[in-house]
Design a binder for this molecule. Structure first.
Ligand SMILES: Nc1ncnc2c1ncn2[C@@H]1O[C@H](COP(=O)(O)OP(=O)(O)OP(=O)(O)O)[C@@H](O)[C@H]1O
Ligand SMILES: [Mg+2]
Length: 342
């Protein structure tokens, strides 16, 4: 890459604004962040930057006057800095501050709002995928419930009435359980709720939903769970990731096969893998599956947003997402996520 294609940036301010700008810029391939500063050593962006290997300094003046800096992004909102920057910066260095940095900050906020709307939209579209499976699962206990209610109407023996009422209650509870799964899935995720999450529990919860992806199924589920596998994420987002990967796996197996769920921890990283014995993904599609709207499903049956959202969520937590696949044999998706906060 020539120098013209590369922009070297320093960021002044590592509070919420600085953190958001840092997050945005680290994702841009042509941008190099030469350093970040904040007068408070506890500013969240500094911790984040150190995880990314970006130089941190308390020495504002030396950061501003670094050689080879193309752009200073000032998100401190401190008007006194303008003069300091003007005095110490290299003549060729440009400054983005004041209203311009406010607009940049607004843009970052807006983009993250759009992303979370995309997550929610895809989740609700997923309800369509699960609708017939859910209806099928509700229908069985409902049938039992109605049949026993009909019997009771004609029954005079009190002990038989009690027995049948118990069956009605059991069927009702099964329906109640299904409704709880659905509400859990449809609930919007609280964006700020990042915490240590037990992965094995989340896998089981996600399976409760993903199994509605098909009605008639002859699937074997194999669990290879490690002990106390924890990752530091938003539980709702992890839930969505797992539902998406399992739904894809179940669809790929066309109602027959083995779904293997494995977890373990290695070197401070929680590892989850979801393996299916389904159709596999042709090599030429492996690069495309994460693109938004890429789907091989018939029109109306997939948004093609599932894996795009999975990747965005994993990236947000500095995790890794890998896929291995062989046509006719199956596919394994592996996720690695940090076990503690960044
Ligand atoms: N486990 C898998 N086995 C085989 N193909 C897969 C698997 N997972 C994903 N794919 C392929 O990747 C494509 C994109 O997946 P993605 O989850 O993004 O969208 P989708 O499943 O098609 O739609 P939606 O997620 O909205 O239902 C799928 O259409 C399918 O071709
Ligand atoms: Mg999908």
């Amino acid at each position: 890459m020539s120098n013209r294609d590369r922009t070297t940036v320093v960021i002044l301010g590592a509070g919420k604004g600085g953190m958001a700008v840092l997050e945005l810029l680290t994702h841009l391939p042509g941008v190099e962040i030469a350093g970040i500063t904040d007068q408070s050593a506890a500013a969240p962006g500094l911790q984040y930057a150190s995880q990314l290997g970006i130089p941190i300094t308390q020495d504002l003046v030396s950061l501003i006057s670094l050689q080879g800096i193309n752009l200073i992004v000032n998100v401190t909102g401190d008007p006194h800095l303008d003069l300091l920057i003007a005095t110490h910066k290299n003549p060729e260095t440009e400054v983005l501050g004041g209203f311009a940095s406010k607009v940049l900050w607004d843009f970052v906020q807006h983009a993250s709002q759009i992303q979370s709307q995309l997550f929610q939209t895809e989740k609700l579209a997923g309800m369509g995928t699960f609708a017939s499976g859910i209806a099928h699962d509700i229908n069985n206990p409902l049938y039992i419930l109605l049949a026993f209610a009909q019997n009771i109407l004609e029954e005079t023996d009190v002990s038989r009435i009690h027995e049948q009422t118990r069956s009605i209650m059991e069927a009702g509870k099964r329906i109640q359980g299904i409704c709880q799964h659905i509400t859990q899935y449809a609930r919007s995720t609280n964006a700020d709720n990042t915490t240590a999450v037990e992965v094995n529990d989340k896998l089981d919860e996600a399976l409760n939903i993903a199994r509605y992806a098909t009605t008639l199924q002859d699937l074997s589920i194999v669990r290879r769970y490690g002990e106390h596998v924890e990752v530091f994420v938003n539980p709702g987002e992890l839930f969505q990731v797992l539902v998406n990967l399992m739904t894809n796996a179940i669809h790929a197996m066309e109602r027959k096969g083995t779904l293997t769920l494995s977890t373990c921890c290695e070197n401070g990283v929680g590892k989850i893998s979801i393996a299916d014995t389904g159709s596999g993904i042709p090599t030429e599609n492996l690069e495309k599956i994460f693109d938004p709207f890429f789907t091989t499903k018939p029109p109306g049956q997939g948004t093609g947003l599932g894996l795009h959202n999975v990747k965005a969520i994993i990236k947000k937590y500095r995790g890794e997402l890998k896929v291995e696949s062989e046509v006719g044999k199956g596919t394994t998706f592996t996720i690695e996520l940090p076990r503690s906060s960044i």
